[in-house]
Design a protein around this ligand. Sequence first.
Ligand SMILES: Cc1cc2nc3c(=O)[nH]c(=O)nc-3n(C[C@H](O)[C@H](O)[C@H](O)COP(=O)(O)OP(=O)(O)OC[C@H]3O[C@@H](n4cnc5c(N)ncnc54)[C@H](O)[C@@H]3O)c2cc1C
Length: 484
Amino acid sequence: MIDVLVIGGGNAALCAALMAREAGASVLLLEAAPREWRGGNSQHTRNLRCMHDAPQDVLVESYPEEEFWQDLLKVTGGMTDERLARLVIRASATCRDWMRSHGVHFQPSLSGALHTARTNAFFMGGGKALVNAYFRSAEQLGVGVRYNAPVSHIELDGDRFVAAHIGPRHVNGRDLPAERIEARACVLAAGGFESNREWLREAWGQNERGEWTADNFLIRGTRFNTGVLLRGLMEQGADTIGDPTQAHMVAIDARAPLYDGGICTRIDCVSLGVVVNRSGQRFYDEGEDFWPKRYAIWGRLVAQQPGQVGFSIIDQKALGRFMPPVFAGTKANTLGELAQQLGLPEGEFVATVQAYNAACQVGTFDHTRLDDCHTQGVQPVKSHWARPLDTPPFYGYPLRPGVTFTYLGLRTDHTAAVHFAGKPSPNLFVAGEMMAGNVLGKGYTAGVGMSIGTAFGRIAGTQAAAALGYHHPSSEITHDCATA
Ligand SMILES: Cc1cc2nc3c(=O)[nH]c(=O)nc-3n(C[C@H](O)[C@H](O)[C@H](O)COP(=O)(O)OP(=O)(O)OC[C@H]3O[C@@H](n4cnc5c(N)ncnc54)[C@H](O)[C@@H]3O)c2cc1C
């Protein structure tokens, strides 16, 4: 019988599989996706957030534990477990050497993401290269990998993992029978439920027109994170954490595909202009904070607008100052013409922009710091980078909520064990999006998804192996578990 079964094929699953294997356990990894779509949302990532006390290879200056913690505290509004959050933060300081040992390479922050040069380590070749390196290393170490293996049910004996079930399925023209795979321990790392439309509908209800609100959402990543195992474990009495409407949601181009649009569909010019809803009205401070700290609230803000749609508006002055999106913006020489092309009520829209323009105070524009260009006498305020939209041509980008990943997850502790009625399971562990809600009750700060998945993936793999008597040669991560 296999020692450790890992369910999922993204960053968290791969970290768990590698650690369990390094400890000496036999490991089988089940990935729902076919090989060409392996890697879940992790294949779309670019970086992870890392604590460091002094410049370290690709990271400049320092980003101490306390600053990382304060950033997390701020974005979550306190909805975070401090012990687990600090565990993730500390683990982020030491994980890169281990990642390198499995073939992950880093590169300095790219232009267009310069604010993150201090806080985020970028993967050379992005998340796709990272998951490819991990799969390669896992296979070299003897981890068994099966694709097209969507687990439909976890068999438990009380709080103990017994087996994973895969339903009958049709793969590459062949009918495959149902399977039952036993293992001595299991790590669940099968992502959130962002690709489960029914569950999103249930969570978000209907909008003012009686449409399902969630039908207006796009999914930024994989179609395979359907939350089947999360739902199943909830029904089997596993403890959960979080609210089903909380998620990392980015305002993305409304023309993006339903799945796997990835980062190139993000609209990054919000802080350089204004955002209006379909009534032509502004609805939030576009210059509240640096974009990496704020981009993840805009999906939710757009989700709360009529029809779940918004429009990011800039003028010629903004060009060249943000990462260009994959679709061209709608271009017009007057605001009225832009309103017509975007289907916005012209009078309302022009009045909104004029009121905003009149409220902009003269300051020294500097997009690299929280500058003094703000508005006065208009609601909502724009706190920084407020400059009148007065230089044609004007550009507009239609926005929709793009769900990155959901936060409702399984409750865990510093050992990554799944809990049942407050008690940790002896042999069932969880990592990544399936438990990120323990650290992220709401909000987001760029790169922390991979920090959580890497820390908890490594802990879950180590603990699953340790539960069977295999001890990882490096005491670092187990030591962190014991002392966090
Ligand atoms: C476009 C985009 C960009 C992002 N950029 C960043 C970034 O730069 N930095 C950052 O920190 N975070 C980023 N994130 C978030 C990041 O992807 C996640 O936090 C992280 O990848 C989660 O890792 P995971 O292993 O838990 O989930 P995933 O990587 O999504 O892996 C889940 C895996 O489980 C598999 N699976 C699902 N259900 C089953 C089942 N029933 N049986 C078997 N397998 C199953 C899936 O196929 C998949 O392989 C981004 C996300 C997206 C979508």
